[in-house]
Design a protein around this ligand. Structure first.
Ligand SMILES: [Zn+2]
Length: 370
């Protein structure tokens, strides 16, 4: 959640929640995801604003096509956002129409300054959500933005390509450094659905989703189909969820909006329970939940439960390291939380980089009668 010491910005006074939509690379459908997610949130009766913070290639002017993109200021000098399809929207492309053609010639530090001014000097008014379509990347610009703006949660957009898992983890970690939880990873162009038989063809392979669930304990992923209509509608300025609200693809966006909203609610509620894994010399490891519940785990059993590529075969799932291969007195030398989902353990035997998703530990070690 946003740091409580973050100063209140004039334009953001009455904004309840800020959701960042981010991607490691351009061209993965981040803006299409932002627009359709924002419109889906609005469909549930929530008051939604959408900021196109991509100063290098503002896309809202194309995606939403306002009739008259003329901006006005109020008496406080704050810019009044445009109102389109029931949302308040703002894009750098409307401030400087030159930017709609050709790339911006702004340098890094200026970019984050321009973007945070864009967010804070606009009179957003009463909003349940401000969705910010982030500039692509996980560099200084993006990090500065996450520090300057009171962002509540992030959605990371990716496509199923070889290095996408590493990219997504980089994105999750960037938001983690400022304590902003990633509430969903959206994999665009994930599959192509056969029109006659309905079969999902994964032409680009499995993508990061499976790996995120298995290795990182991150379960909030969504898959979007490769659907030529999506980009065609975006290019025409008629987003999918408006043009074809009953379409199965639109339904996926509603589901995404629902999940994001639900997850943010869950995290903000008091029961949000991120456990801590600890070890005291000579005793069992303990997975302690904020409500006081404790799951005890024998250090040797925990060591044996390592799921790294050296212990468990990546594709067959075969157990490669057996109990007899391990030091019976093995113990954790260091335990470090990995985001909100897992803990990494450095072992006394010096082998393995073990990452244990909390949900995996809970499933494996909580006794059924507890
Ligand atoms: Zn291992």
């Amino acid at each position: 959640m946003a740091d409580s010491s973050t100063p209140t910005h004039p334009g953001l006074r009455n904004v309840q929640r800020i959701l960042a939509v981010s991607s490691c690379k351009g061209g993965v459908g981040k803006s299409t995801t932002s627009v359709n997610t924002a419109l889906s949130l609005a469909r549930y009766g929530l008051r939604v604003g959408l900021l196109d913070a991509d100063v290098y290639g503002p896309s809202l002017p194309t995606l939403l096509r306002p009739a008259s993109p003329q901006l006005f200021q109020n008496e406080e000098g704050l810019i009044l956002p445009l109102e389109i399809h029931g949302m308040k929207v703002m894009s750098f492309g409307w401030i400087d129409p030159e930017q709609q053609r050709g790339p911006a010639i702004l340098r890094g530090p200026m970019v984050s300054q321009v973007v945070s001014q864009l967010a804070t000097r606009v009179e957003w008014g009463d909003l349940d959500y401000l969705v910010i379509d982030f500039p692509p990347g996980t560099g200084d610009i993006q990090l500065t933005l996450t520090q300057q703006l009171p962002i509540d949660a992030a959605v990371i957009v990716t496509t199923p390509q070889q290095l996408s898992f590493v990219d997504v983890v980089k994105g999750i970690q960037m938001f983690d450094t400022v304590n902003v939880p990633t509430v969903s990873v959206v994999e665009n162009m994930s599959y192509f659905q056969c029109e006659s038989c309905g079969e999902k063809m994964r032409i680009f392979g499995e993508g990061a989703r499976k790996q995120l669930i298995e290795q990182f304990g991150f379960t909030h992923t969504m898959e979007m189909p490769l659907d030529p209509r999506l980009s065609a509608m975006s290019d025409a300025g008629t987003p999918m969820v408006l043009e074809s609200p009953e379409d199965p693809v639109s339904q996926l966006y509603y589901e995404l909006a629902e999940r994001v909203h639900g997850e943010i609610n869950r995290l903000q509620s008091e029961e949000a329970g991120i456990p801590t894994l600890s070890y005291n010399v000579g005793q069992n490891c303990e997975l302690t939940y904020p409500d006081g519940r404790i799951i005890e785990i024998n250090p040797f059993e925990l060591r044996l439960a390592c799921k790294c590529a050296e212990c468990v075969h990546e594709f067959t799932g075969e157990q490669l390291v057996k109990a007899e291969d391990l030091d019976p007195d093995v113990y954790p030398e260091a335990i470090t939380p990995v985001g909100r989902y897992a803990a990494s353990v450095k072992w006394s035997d010096g082998k393995c980089a073990s990452i244990y998703p909390y949900h995996y530990l809970e499933e494996k070690f909580s006794s059924p009668d507890a």
